[in-house]
Design a protein around this ligand. Sequence first.
Ligand SMILES: NC(=O)c1ccc[n+]([C@@H]2O[C@H](COP(=O)([O-])OP(=O)(O)OC[C@H]3O[C@@H](n4cnc5c(N)ncnc54)[C@H](OP(=O)(O)O)[C@@H]3O)[C@@H](O)[C@H]2O)c1
Length: 228
Amino acid sequence: MRVLSRNGHEPGGGVEYVTGDLLKDEGVEAAVDGAETVLHLAGGPRGDDEATRNLVRAASRAGVRHLVYISVIGADRVPLGYFRSKLGAERAVAGSGLPWTTLRAAQFHDLVLDVVRRMAKLPVIPVPGGLRFQPVDAREVAARLVELTLGEPSGPVPALAGPKVYGMAELSGGYLRARGGHRLMVPVRIPGRAGRAYRTGENLSLEGAVVGLRTWEDFLAERVARDR
Ligand SMILES: NC(=O)c1ccc[n+]([C@@H]2O[C@H](COP(=O)([O-])OP(=O)(O)OC[C@H]3O[C@@H](n4cnc5c(N)ncnc54)[C@H](OP(=O)(O)O)[C@@H]3O)[C@@H](O)[C@H]2O)c1
């Protein structure tokens, strides 16, 4: 197995590394050279569309037989730069001419934890009204991606979300209970089109998604206990 990373790593455990950068289009050809299957997990707050176009170009030249991509639920509905770039990346994969599979996932528990942790540092926690998440366990997403990567190219597969939908007050409240502590919460309103999209649940997948098993509470019990 070969991994493309922006940082140098020593080989080990059957893994060799290629140093490169998808956005700068550096090292990508060397990374995909001779590869039959590419699992594209690289991502950042911006530029995933361009990075993916660079990968697709190199993968096409290398004759890759299966390109697997992770996108996000709401890529086609939430009017924010990150979601737009994920949609652009999805389109690059689907239009690549390569056999492909794309899985859309909900926000990982780890990402939500990062957000509620930062908020809990404030004396008063802002709670954007109507903002809901369906957080999913990253390990369940990883297991599903392995299954898809070892399987046949399947195009767009059902999204993967967590087992429950939570408002921000529940997510922050769960964190504070697990950690021990109390904060005042104040409702705030997210303005504009993005706010409307969130209030109507465009980042959620309430029908047709595959639903993971681990809840936010399960994750907190494990993670917050570990970090104590
Ligand atoms: N987190 C979520 O809630 C969530 C939800 C749905 C979908 N996703 C998608 O799942 C994927 C992984 O997300 P994550 O949260 O696990 O991200 P992450 O922890 O930030 O990891 C992404 C990795 O991508 C690599 N990367 C970033 N920019 C790169 C570039 N220009 N060239 C090459 N490699 C680059 C980095 O590896 P190196 O540092 O080794 O270069 C980085 O560790 C992303 O595509 C993300 O959009 C995430």
